[in-house]
Design a binder for this molecule. Structure first.
Ligand code: GMT
Length: 383
């Protein structure tokens, strides 16, 4: 939930700045948040320079204030592993000097924060000051970060950052629990662009997917183990046994083959459709009745928030930052990891005709707290 340290009423007026953003270019949450933030800052007149190994997926608009700098490197037979971090550090140094960046905002600690800190030290030798904001997104701390071999470098990078932010209170606590870093962490939650994520009635699409007015359940993820997609299918099976329902699975990743096999051997799985990677997720969410996110760990759960913005209630686990986003009993329900029986029973409760509209309204109402217009000033204030 938005805590007391968020003063969303602050009126922020800044001179335009030159801001660098380092992120992963993929559809994953951290890349999406970084790109949407950069686009919003550019709209406000700041010059924003993205640095990544590929064009960020959501960097799909022309804006005279937006720039993209690709990190490229020549591989050499001696290198078993391409030295990406060194190439990234050199690119940061080059872009900061050429475009006189005031701030570098790195999303995801590994290896971005470490590269930024090295670049900062290189620039300092030339008398150039670079301020670093590091935003922690989740698996950089909870999964990858827990690998002890990364701890010294991640902690050092956090100490050397000028500001550290985390996307939820839970992730802030995880960082203190797993790393020796004990400096400040500002919690700035993820946000939603409501111009994009809004319910858009698509009745013709709904009729194709659910011709007999079946309830539509949706899950979207990168099909990694941490998302527990087999649990999504288990929940669906139990729901479909009680009420006519369809399941749409959006996304792709390492677990997909296993989940497809699981579906081939199940009684209700004619009702499951694998849609693969989709860009217009909001159009699919617009016809959904329920969103399922039974993750093992989830620092925030941007996908759940996107669903809520499209008036879709959520059944999720109670892990990590999910209970901060999906309010138990209001926007949906939360359960222990793997408790598919409770998640299915919660789903059936929400899907009852007498409950559904109220849950939809509440989900939408809560999601409005995470409007881009509320969260952007928090970052600008930090800068
Ligand atoms: O969830 C993923 O596997 C992708 C990952 C990422 O870094 O792109 O998502 C993390 O960051 C998102 C944006 O802040 C959060 O909404 C996700 O909850 C978080 N994922 C996990 O913690 C597993």
């Amino acid at each position: 939930m938005l805590g007391s340290n968020f003063n969303t009423s602050i009126f922020v007026h800044l001179l335009s700045m030159n801001i660098g953003i380092v992120c992963y270019p993929t559809f994953g949450g951290s890349g999406v948040v970084a790109t949407e933030l950069g686009k919003a800052l550019a709209d406000k007149g700041h010059s924003v320079h993205f640095i990544s190994y590929d064009q960020p997926a959501r960097l799909d608009v022309f804006n005279q204030n937006l720039f993209y700098h690709e990190v490229s490197f020549n591989n050499y037979p001696l290198f078993k592993f391409a030295p990406y971090e060194i190439a990234l550090t050199s690119k940061i140094v080059d872009v900061v000097k050429a475009y006189k960046l005031d701030i570098l905002h790195v999303h995801y600690a590994i290896p971005h924060a470490a590269a930024a800190v090295t670049a900062k030290h290189i620039l300092a030798r030339e008398g150039i000051k670079l301020k670093i904001v590091t935003t922690l997104h989740g698996t950089d701390i909870t999964l990858v970060g827990k690998d002890h071999s990364y701890e010294p470098v991640v902690s050092y990078s956090l100490f050397e950052s000028d500001v550290v932010t985390a996307v939820s209170e839970s992730l802030k606590q995880d960082t203190y629990d797993n790393f020796s870093y004990d400096g400040d962490i500002s919690v700035i939650p993820n946000f939603i662009d409501f111009e994009r994520f809004n319910k858009q009635p698509k009745d013709h699409f709904k009729k194709v997917i659910a011709p007999n007015n079946e309830k539509i359940l949706v899950h979207t993820s990168n099909f990694r183990k941490v998302k527990r997609v087999p649990d999504v299918v288990e929940i669906y099976k139990r729901v479909a046994a009680e009420t006519p329902a369809k399941l749409l699975l959006i996304g792709d990743g390492p677990e997909r083959t296993k989940v497809e096999d699981q579906c081939r051997n199940c009684e209700y799985c004619d009702g499951v459709t694998f849609l693969g990677k989709q860009e217009a997720v909001e159009e699919i969410l617009s016809i959904a009745d329920l969103f399922l996110i039974p993750s093992e760990t989830e620092s925030f759960g941007l996908a759940a928030l996107e669903a809520m913005a499209c008036e879709v209630p959520v059944v999720s686990t109670n892990t990590g930052g999910l209970p901060e986003v999906n309010i138990d009993g209001l926007t949906g329900y939360t359960s222990d990891i793997g408790d598919v029986a409770k998640m299915a029973s919660d789903a059936l409760h929400i899907l009852k005709d007498e409950n559904l509209q109220q849950f939809k309204r509440q989900a939408k109402k809560h999601s409005l707290k995470y409007k881009l217009e509320n969260i952007l000033p928090l970052y600008e204030t930090l800068y």
